[in-house]
Structure formats: structure tokens, C-alpha cells
Design a protein around this ligand. Structure first.
Ligand SMILES: NC(=O)c1ccc[n+]([C@@H]2O[C@H](COP(=O)([O-])OP(=O)(O)OC[C@H]3O[C@@H](n4cnc5c(N)ncnc54)[C@H](O)[C@@H]3O)[C@@H](O)[C@H]2O)c1
Length: 249
């Protein structure tokens, strides 16, 4: 699979999955621009990428700051002559029983997981429209399709991640004749550092729910992103692809 000469923007590039996705895109030949609110994490990914000989850069930005994100994205488009790929990975869940959830926490979860995707996507799409080619891939979650069976007490997170599935479908239809595809992936439990906090009992209970009895490998998820960004994936749009060992069946 080749992404030679493609120019990619990856949000949450400093994160466990985002950094893996950056590496996979770069290994396929893409130039990669990361966006992350964490300076250290964003820089670490860029260092790993440039260490492999890839062309990479990053911007330290809060995706909820529309003007700041616009400046970063326009700078990438100006310097590289356009943007072909957007991967939305920034996000993260809050665990709180629904009866204790505050309005501030609810709004914050929607902002972190849904509005952040609106911001990056809204700012990249005009660049893709100019060239009539684009690939947008967004990380939703099994929490959107299985409710709280994987992560209990995450109603706001599940709501936001469900919103991403609606956004993906509606935008896919709106852009269907423009050469831009819009897809989502709903990962199940991935082998990321967050899982290292699981007790053995929690791990056993989790694996018991998953038909393959395994956690997802971030490198496999990254390979799926690379696939959805291919030219040959042009007829795939509006889908939410479960990558969860059968957990959502
Ligand atoms: N890890 C899993 O098992 C799993 C499963 C299903 C879905 N997901 C989803 O995949 C995505 C990545 O997960 P991860 O495990 O890599 O998470 P992570 O916490 O390791 O990485 C998330 C990154 O997003 C960045 N970020 C968060 N809010 C931001 C903002 N407003 N502006 C800029 N950057 C921001 C963080 O700084 C961080 O680097 C998330 O959206 C998560 O909900 C993860």
C-alpha cells in the first residue's frame, strides 16, 4: 500500500494510537503533520518520524481553538501545497456514573470528542475540495455501538462517539461527488498504555467478552487507516468499521 506524495494531518498525534497511525502513514510514504495539545507528546512523535527519514512536523494546539487550528492547517497546506489525508484521533473518555455527571463534564466530553473533530475536519475540507481528492478517517469507539458494555459509566463519551458516526455518514453523502471519502473506525479495546492499569480480574473479564480473546494491536488499527487512505479505497465512504475482535457482534 503506497501513500507516496500524500500529505497527511493527524490530530492527537502524540497519543498511543495517533502516534502509531503517524508512523504507518509515514512508512507508506506520506508526509505527516501532527496536531496535539501536548507539546512533549507531539514532539516525541515528530522525532520518531524524522528518525525514520520521514518528512514530519507538528503544531501544538487545542483543537477547540478554531482560529489556532486554522492557522496550523493553513500553514501545512501552504508549505506542502495541499492536504490529502486527515485522521482524527484526538479524544478521550470520562468515567462517571450518569447520576453524578455534571453539565460541565457533559459539555467537556462532547467538546473533546465531537467538536474537536468538527474543527479539524471543517478546516481541512476546503483544502481537499480545491484538489477534489481527500481521505478523512475518524476514530469513533465501540462505546458508540455497544453502549457501556466495554466501558461502564461513559455515557457522555459514548454520546460523542455516536455523534462521530452521524457526522461521518452525513459528510460522506455531502462530499460523495468530490473525490473525498469520509469513514470512521470503531476500535474495541486496544493494547495501549491505558490498559496497563487494568487489574488481572478486569483484564480477564474484558477478554471474556471478546470473541477472539485478544486486545487490538495499535499497529493493525494503523494499517486499517492506511488502507482507507488508498486511492483504491475510493468506493468506501460513510462506513464505521468495527475493529474489535468481534466484540460488537
Ligand atoms: N485506546 C483504546 O483502546 C481506544 C478504543 C476505542 C477508541 N479509542 C479512541 O481512539 C482515540 C485515540 O486513543 P488513544 O488511546 O491513543 O488516546 P491517548 O490519550 O493516548 O491520545 C489522545 C491524544 O489526543 C490529544 N488531545 C486530546 N484532546 C485534545 C485537544 N482538545 N486538542 C489537541 N489534542 C488533544 C492528547 O493530548 C493525546 O495525545 C481517542 O479518540 C479514543 O477515544 C481508543
Amino acid at each position: 500500500m503506497s501513500l507516496a506524495d500524500r500529505r497527511a494531518v493527524v490530530t492527537g498525534s502524540g497519543g498511543a494510537l495517533g502516534s502509531r497511525i503517524c508512523l504507518a502513514l509515514a512508512a507508506s510514504g506520506a508526509r505527516v503533520a501532527g496536531l496535539d495539545v501536548s507539546p512533549a507528546a507531539a514532539a516525541a512523535t515528530t522525532d520518531r518520524l524524522t528518525g525514520t527519514g520521514a518528512t514530519a512536523r507538528h503544531g501544538v494546539v487545542d483543537l477547540l481553538d478554531f482560529a489556532a487550528v486554522a492557522a496550523e492547517i493553513d500553514a501545512v497546506a501552504d508549505d506542502w501545497g495541499g492536504i490529502d489525508i486527515l485522521v482524527n484521533t484526538a479524544g478521550g473518555g470520562l468515567v462517571r456514573p450518569f447520576a453524578e455527571l455534571t453539565l460541565e463534564e457533559w459539555n467537556s466530553q462532547l467538546a473533546r470528542n465531537l467538536t474537536s473533530v468538527f474543527t479539524a475536519t471543517r478546516l481541512v475540507v476546503p483544502h481537499m475540495l480545491e484538489q477534489q481528492w481527500g481521505r478523512i478517517v475518524t476514530l469513533s469507539s465501540i462505546a458508540a455501538v455497544r453502549g457501556g458494555r466495554l466501558v461502564r459509566h461513559a455515557t457522555a463519551y459514548a454520546s460523542a462517539k455516536s455523534g462521530l458516526i452521524g457526522l461521518t455518514k452525513a459528510l460522506a453523502i455531502e462530499l460523495a461527488e468530490t473525490g473525498i471519502t469520509v469513514n470512521a473506525i470503531a476500535p474495541g479495546a486496544q493494547q495501549t498504555p491505558g490498559r496497563d492499569r487494568d487489574t488481572p480480574e478486569r483484564r480477564e473479564a474484558l477478554l471474556a467478552q471478546i470473541p477472539t480473546r485478544t486486545l487490538g494491536r495499535p499497529e493493525d488499527l494503523a494499517a486499517t487507516v492506511v488502507f482507507l487512505c488508498q486511492d483504491a479505497a475510493q468506493y468506501i465512504t460513510g462506513i464505521t468499521l468495527a475493529q474489535d475482535g468481534g466484540h460488537s457482534i
